[in-house]
Each structure stands twice: as structure tokens, then as C-alpha cells.
Design a protein around this ligand. Structure first.
Ligand SMILES: CC(=O)N[C@H]1[C@@H](OP(=O)(O)OP(=O)(O)OC[C@H]2O[C@@H](n3ccc(=O)[nH]c3=O)[C@H](O)[C@@H]2O)O[C@H](CO)[C@@H](O)[C@@H]1O
Ligand SMILES: C=C(OP(=O)(O)O)C(=O)O
Length: 446
């Protein structure tokens, strides 16, 4: 989508108020769909959001012979009975913008003995190499050949369990190990694993299928391979990243939003930070209400980290709220080396955000001596003015929507289709919250 179809006019200055609902997590649902490939029976996934990353994986699974059909509302039934006989063609067309194709490696090697992985998508927020993925697959016994159009993998023999230590607790690499080890021969011990709530939920899915997986408290995961897995029936964990985005929108626009589906357990670190900034929230069994209680917001020092630290995908939307806090906030991004570039457009709107190459705010990280602008000092409060904005990535895009909604005047936000990757029906939700947004004359709703 290009041109006027992909532009949103945002008339700012109105607090967002009302209720929206978040469904299953973008960072779990596509992976649970891939897990269905490992089963000998159909799986039923519930609480599935209608987002682009789900559609991309659905296309890829269908290409590999998995029948995917909708069940009840928000359900997908995935039947992998015909994977062996599928005629895989045109895989590049389905790879799309997502990073998920890399997670097809283990399941396809188990089922077919070979796999082809095209170029990956995902947000442009750093180099995002996949060296850990290929290293762990080699340790399981896969042979990998890089060709011009992608990576070809083969498993000449059944993959074998192994002992692996990740150089960094990478989410995708941990998932790669899980999806490969469950059907490998013998035991796999993974240390320095990522332990994000979405990973725990993927482990729940795999256990339902018949896998044997234990998690220690020291980032060690042990998997005892089994010969066969069945299907699963699972409701996906809610999207804590989307929930936090709406919470940040409530704070930046001086609004009040009830996020149905938001869960305290997976958002504890975010909630502590939200409270330190001066945001208010109230938790009940169905969701969390977030609001600006009035008065000034507090500047804070914030460092992103792997779970249970402050999740990097929460950072960009919260930075918009920090432009409204009194004093100097420090933001140290330690997960991605280039996730602060989006702030230049906030400065164009009137914010005062200065980027630094040094590790500010406490600890040293991998990016410290390497010339990456990965720390920020946000000086506030500053009034924001409407502007012309071009969305750079998923969370940066949502941040621009928040900034435009908090600003005086009208903004033209270009590239809004990108937001459909991870935010279900965001236009409907914005309107339900009273946002004054419109598509330019003649444009379709995205
Ligand atoms: C679809 C999905 O679930 N995306 C999430 C996932 O991304 P993703 O799984 O890609 O992120 P990782 O946790 O793997 O990446 C973390 C860091 O490890 C580095 N790295 C990773 C793999 C590798 O082979 N080599 C390497 O150097 C990355 O460049 C990055 O600096 O976790 C991130 C961290 O919580 C989130 O921001 C993303 O929203
Ligand atoms: C970085 C993100 O996603 P992905 O890994 O899919 O690019 C995100 O959800 O913010």
C-alpha cells in the first residue's frame, strides 16, 4: 500500500478515553502456529489476533501443506497431515515482513529432512543477525548451505539433542532450540536461554503436544526429545506489548483507557515503571485500567533488557510519554543497537531528545564501545506540534500515532499499514477511544 492509501490524518489534543481489548500476543501466536507443524494431529489455537504476522505465517504453513481453517471467532485449526506431500513453491512471496520463517527450520528438518529459509523481515531496529540460530541448528546435526536466494538446510540423520549456551538470551534462538529439541534424539540442555512470557507460553503449547521440557530459575531449559507429538488446544497469552502501548497512549494524551485482556503477571516490570513516571493503573480479573492522574509526570532512568527486565518493545511508546515528564529522563536501549532513531521525528514535533553513543544510566551493555546511538536523554515537558511523520518500524509507528494524538494541530502519518503487523484493528480502536483521525479523501481504511 502506498500514497494516500497509507496516510492517516491525526488531529491531536484529545485525550484517549474508553475501552479496547487485546488478544493473543504477536510474539507467541505465529510461533504456536509453527509448533503445529511438529504434530501428527490437528491443533486448535484460540485468542488469535487478526494481524499481518499471523497472515504471513498462515500463508507459509499452507504452502507447506498445513490446512489452516478458522474455528470459532478468533480460533485457528491447523492440520499438518499433508506436510510430506506438499509442493513448496513461491516461498519468497509468502515470507513477507516477518521474522518467523527462520523458526520453520527445526520442524521441517524433522518432517522432511530438509528446509529452505528465504530472506527475513521484521523491524529495522538493528542488524538482527541470525548467527545463533544457524549455530544451534548445526549443533543438532543440521548441514547448512548459504545460496543467493536464502539458506538451504539438510538433516542427513535424525537431529540429536545437544548442550548449548547462547551468547545472549535471544528470544528467537531460544524458540529455535525448543522447536528443534522436542523431536531430537536424547536430551538438550540450553543455558543462557530467554525466558520471556511468550516463551513460557510456547513451552506450554509444546507440553500439551507431548513434549518434556523443564525450566530452571537460572535461564537453563532442559528438553527430553520424544519420538512423536500430537496436537494442542491452547488459548494464546495476551499481548503485553500492545497493552503497554495503549497504556503509554493514555499517559501521553492525559487520557484513561481500560485494556481488556491485559495481564498483571506479564507486565509487572512495565507497571512499576509506569507508576514511577506518575501514571495510574487499576488491575482487575479482566484487564487493567491506565490513566493520567493529573499533575506533572516524573522523569526517570530507564534501561531496556531481556525478561524480567524492561522489554525493549515497550520503550518507544513510553518515550513519547517521557517527553511530557518534568526533568531529564535517561533511556538506555541494551537489546537493539538502533532503536532510538525514531526520536528525531519527535524532536521535529518539539521534543528535546539527545542521543548518545555511551551507555548512560548505570550498566554497560554490548553496544557501549561500538559507535551506536543507543542512549537518550529526554528533557521535558515539551509541547508537541503536529507534523509530517513517516513510520520507521512497528513500535516507532505506534509511538508516532501517540505523539500525533498528544500534539496540538494536525499530523500526517505516512506508512500506517506497517502498524497492522502487530496491532489488531488499530483504526477501530483509535476511533472507539475518541481519537480524531481521518483518512485523506478517497483513501480506504487499512
Ligand atoms: C517475533 C518476535 O518475537 N520478535 C521479538 C523477538 O525478536 P527476536 O527473536 O528477533 O529477538 P532476539 O531476542 O533474538 O534478539 C535480541 C538480540 O540478540 C541479537 N541476536 C539474535 C539472534 C542471533 O542469531 N544473533 C544475535 O546477535 C539481536 O541482534 C538482538 O540484539 O524478541 C525481541 C526481544 O525481546 C523483541 O523485541 C521482538 O519483538
Ligand atoms: C521488534 C518487533 O517485532 P519483530 O521481531 O517481529 O520485528 C516488535 O514487535 O516490536
Amino acid at each position: 500500500m502506498t500514497g494516500t492509501d497509507d496516510v492517516l490524518l491525526v488531529h491531536g489534543g484529545t485525550p484517549l478515553e474508553g475501552e479496547i481489548r487485546v488478544r493473543g500476543a504477536k510474539n507467541l501466536v505465529p510461533k504456536a502456529m509453527v509448533a503445529a507443524l511438529l504434530g501428527s494431529e490437528p491443533s486448535r489455537l484460540r485468542n488469535v489476533p487478526d494481524i499481518r504476522d499471523v497472515r504471513v505465517v498462515r500463508g507459509l504453513l499452507q504452502l507447506h501443506g498445513v490446512t489452516v481453517r478458522p474455528g470459532e471467532a478468533g480460533e485457528l485449526v491447523l492440520d499438518p497431515s499433508h506436510v510430506e506431500s506438499a509442493n513448496v513453491a513461491d516461498i519468497d512471496a509468502h515470507a513477507g515482513s516477518s521474522r518467523i520463517p527462520i523458526l520453520f527450520c527445526g520442524p521441517l528438518l524433522h518432517r522432511l529432512g530438509h528446509a529452505f529459509i528465504p530472506g527475513l523481515g521484521g523491524c529495522d531496529i538493528g542488524g538482527r543477525p541470525v548467527d545463533f540460530h544457524f549455530q544451534v541448528l548445526r549443533e543438532f546435526g543440521a548441514v547448512i548451505e548459504k545460496r543467493a536466494d536464502g539458506q538451504y538446510l539438510e538433516a542427513p540423520h535424525r537431529l540429536r539433542g545437544t548442550k548449548i549456551r547462547l551468547p545472549y538470551p535471544s528470544v528467537g534462538s531460544t524458540e529455535q532450540v525448543l522447536l528443534t529439541a522436542v523431536l531430537a534424539e536424547g536430551v538438550t540442555e540450553l543455558s543462557n536461554a530467554a525466558v520471556e512470557p511468550e516463551i513460557e507460553d510456547l513451552i506450554c503449547v509444546l507440553q500439551k503436544m507431548g513434549a518434556i521440557i523443564s525450566m530452571d530459575t537460572d535461564r537453563t531449559i532442559r528438553i527430553t526429545g520424544v519420538d512423536k507429538l500430537g496436537g494442542y488446544n491452547h488459548a494464546a497469552v495476551p499481548d503485553r506489548l500492545e497493552a503497554a502501548s495503549w497504556a503509554s497512549a493514555a499517559l501521553a494524551t492525559e487520557g484513561n483507557i481500560y485494556v481488556r485482556g491485559a495481564q498483571q503477571r506479564s507486565m509487572m516490570t512495565f507497571l512499576n515503571t509506569y507508576r514511577k513516571v506518575g501514571g495510574a493503573f487499576e488491575i482487575d480479573d479482566e484487564g487493567i485500567r491506565f490513566w493520567h492522574p493529573g499533575g506533572p509526570l516524573n522523569a526517570i532512568a530507564l534501561e531496556t533488557d531481556v525478561h524480567p527486565g524492561f522489554q525493549t518493545d515497550w520503550q518507544q511508546p513510553l518515550v513519547v510519554a517521557l517527553t511530557q515528564a518534568s526533568g531529564l529522563s535517561i533511556v538506555h536501549e541494551t537489546v537493539y543497537e538502533s532503536r532510538l532513531g525514531f526520536t528525531s521525528a519527535l524532536n521535529q514535533m518539539g521534543a528535546h531528545i539527545q542521543l548518545y553513543r555511551e551507555c548512560l544510566g548505570g550498566s554497560d551493555c554490548r553496544f557501549g564501545q561500538r559507535n551506536f546511538l543507543h542512549s537518550a536523554v529526554v528533557s521535558g515537558p515539551t509541547k508537541l506540534q503536529g507534523s509530517d511523520l513517516v513510520i520507521p518500524d512497528l513500535r516507532g509507528g505506534f509511538s508516532y500515532l501517540i505523539a500525533a494524538l498528544a500534539a496540538q494541530g494536525t499530523s500526517r502519518v505516512h506508512g500506517i499499514d506497517l502498524i497492522n503487523r502487530g496491532y489488531e484493528n488499530f483504526m477501530e480502536k483509535l476511533r472507539a477511544l475518541g481519537a480524531d483521525v481521518e483518512l485523506p479523501n478517497g483513501a480506504r481504511a487499512v
